[in-house]
Write a protein that binds this ligand. Structure first.
Ligand code: SAM
Ligand code: SF4
Length: 342
């Protein structure tokens, strides 16, 4: 094993020379919705003692920032249902002030945005991703089971009023929002909101009620756009799985996230921390490292935690192995998106 001194002050570079600068953090596995493709209706959540406390999350993220992470995306479960989560955002804002952190952002279902948008802005958040698969109230209630569309729309209003740039993430679901492609797109255009479609992934045990969670390939979504618009591919990449096109008629940039394709692995700059302190190195693989133990066992020193992070990054695989043809489409990945944070 390499000694600590070797790592001291070193930024996170994986064995394939990729700099790890982006950390996604799931701050809770709980949620106030039960989206059909994400959770079963009667989910069992983790006992509280398993979760990192807010102080532990803060220490963990601060350590990552010290090791060169420049972008933090807070997710869940629903990050805004975690009690006192604003104190976490407020405490992370000092890293924005120092310049060490370039971006603090979150992915949310929007249910609590009306309450928190201004506080988030004040903490230095400038962009927020809101998940929204339909603009039809009845369909929204069907797909989220417990969610209500007007509440989310009020949240989006509040976010924009506070000065947050909003991006909508819509999961592409065959026979569900296929017919809303044009209406969702023009609604986003009218509100100056970016839009990204996500391909549905086989995650977790979500029960057998996959009436709504039908796979709609983004290739077909793109084709559907071509029926309505002139579509131009853009070269822009974010280090992640998104690809972008421009709709010439509206000038809108539309994103497509196909997490199962292998074609973005070579530029992967990210790792994921679960709410229990496990670091997943790749969305499509089970390799992970326990960071909670070195954190909890050494309350007065971050050195063991930094070592553990470096060792984990040293195991980051070259690419993932997440393939519909071999895994089937529903419920084949043992972990839920709400655990690793999507
Ligand atoms: N609760 C927040 C939300 O819904 O935005 C954050 C967590 S959620 C797990 C993050 C993203 O994962 C959401 O955009 C959601 O639509 C997406 N997601 C959840 N399950 C998915 C699945 N099986 N396939 C593709 N995307 C999924
Ligand atoms: Fe909750 Fe987000 Fe999963 Fe929907 S996708 S159940 S809002 S964590």
């Amino acid at each position: 094993m390499i000694s600590r001194l070797t790592y001291k002050g070193m930024k996170l570079i994986d064995p394939f020379a990729r700099a790890i600068t982006y950390l996604r953090v799931s701050v809770t596995d709980r949620c106030d919705f039960r989206c059909v493709y994400c959770m079963s209706e009667n989910m069992t959540f983790l006992p509280k003692r398993e979760l990192l406390t807010l102080e532990e999350l803060e220490r963990m993220c601060t350590t990552f920032v010290g090791l060169g992470v420049e972008k933090l995306r807070i997710t869940g479960g629903e990050p805004l249902v975690r009690r006192d989560i604003m104190t976490f955002f407020q405490s992370m804002s000092r890293h924005l002030d120092s310049g060490a952190l370039k971006e603090l952002t979150l992915t949310t279902n929007g249910s609590q945005l009306e309450k928190y948008a201004q506080t988030l802005y004040d903490a230095g958040v400038r962009r927020v991703n809101v998940s929204l698969d339909t603009l039809d109230e009845k369909k929204f209630a069907d797909v989220t089971r417990w969610g209500r569309l007007p509440q989310v729309l009020r949240g989006i209003d509040a976010a924009q009023a506070a000065g947050l740039r909003v991006k909508i993430n819509a999961v592409a679901l065959k026979g569900f929002n296929e017919d809303e492609l044009a209406s969702i797109t023009s609604w986003c255009a009218s509100r100056d909101i970016d839009l990204t479609w996500i391909e549905v992934m086989p995650m977790g045990d979500i029960g057998n009620e996959n009436r709504i969670g039908q796979y709609w390939s983004l290739k077909d979504v793109r084709k559907a756009y071509e029926d309505h618009y002139q579509v131009t591919d853009l070269a822009e990449r974010s280090g992640g799985p998104a690809r972008y096109v421009r709709l010439e008629e509206t000038g809108q940039k539309i994103g497509f996230i196909t997490p199962l394709s292998h074609n973005f692995c070579e530029s992967c700059n990210r790792v994921r921390l679960t709410c229990t302190g496990e670091l997943y190195l790749c969305l499509g693989q089970e390799d992970m490292a326990d960071l909670r133990t070195p954190l909890r066992d050494h309350p007065d020193s971050n050195a063991p935690l930094e070592d553990a992070i470096h060792r984990a990054i040293g195991l980051k695989p070259k690419g993932h192995d997440f393939d519909y043809s071999r895994q089937g489409i529903d419920g084949q990945m043992p972990r839920h998106m709400s655990h690793t944070g999507g």
